[in-house]
Design a protein around this ligand. Sequence first.
Ligand SMILES: Nc1ncnc2c1ncn2[C@@H]1O[C@H](COP(=O)(O)OP(=O)(O)OP(=O)(O)O)[C@@H](O)[C@H]1O
Ligand SMILES: [Mg+2]
Length: 270
Amino acid sequence: MAEPRKLTPAEEARLAQVRDQFKQKQAISNSLNSIKYRIGVYSGKGGVGKTTVTTNLALTLAKHGRKVAILDCDIDCPNVTRVLRISERPGADNEGKMIPPSKHGVSVMSMGFFQENEDEAIVWRGPMIHNAINQFISKTNWGDIDYLICDLPPGTSDAPLTVMQTLNLDGFIVVSTPQELAALDAKRSINMIKKLNLKVFGVVENMTGGIFGKGAAIEMAEELELPVLSEISLLSDYSDSFDPVVHTNDTSEKEFERLMKNLDSITSQL
Ligand SMILES: Nc1ncnc2c1ncn2[C@@H]1O[C@H](COP(=O)(O)OP(=O)(O)OP(=O)(O)O)[C@@H](O)[C@H]1O
Ligand SMILES: [Mg+2]
């Protein structure tokens, strides 16, 4: 029998690369195994309330007995830790995996933990973002989790796209404000999600009422035949309050309970 041909160094290197990628994929899928549902919170436009919706939804789910974790995927501006006022860093289990710190019953993993100081902007390119997200997921011991809520970066650039593809999310909550322009951006994001063959669970109209008016996001949802998962009122508490708003304001509590119930009924059909 002829000896198998020796691989060239380039072939060896390629083989090692494929093996590494396979190992990482396996590590990610092992790590995600203990999570029932993975939900993305997304919008095309910045500042419409993704982080606010992520944190208050997670707090509401936790208050109602669900096991919840947040993955802050906004690598450039991770601010979930700031909003929840978490200063503790992740711990480590005996296999060297990271254990996310938790606050009000919500576990949080964020790039914010690895920043030297809060003002530092992290300017990373696609492949580095891909790596950071992969590391987060595969090196975190999430424990048994019902819902992993992922706070995504805004826009339709490299960063959110990479995150969406890596995380294999079950579906998205798209956040928009009641202005026409924001709703138009949200529509674009919804089309992008659909192009990636991923699911949009529905739309949240945030900052509704008051100076921003009402309804553009709801009309957009109707036009695209998507459910309106909740309407979150514009309240000064969100910027001023030290404690989580869903813990202190009845209106906010009810609005986020509506979001939770709608999410529950969608995921129960997955
Ligand atoms: N319903 C609301 N009422 C009043 N203020 C709100 C409401 N929702 C969010 N805010 C405030 O608006 C600002 C932007 O919200 P947030 O950070 O959640 O948006 P974002 O979409 O995550 O932004 P980015 O795109 O920068 O990540 C914050 O100061 C937040 O406190
Ligand atoms: Mg945000």
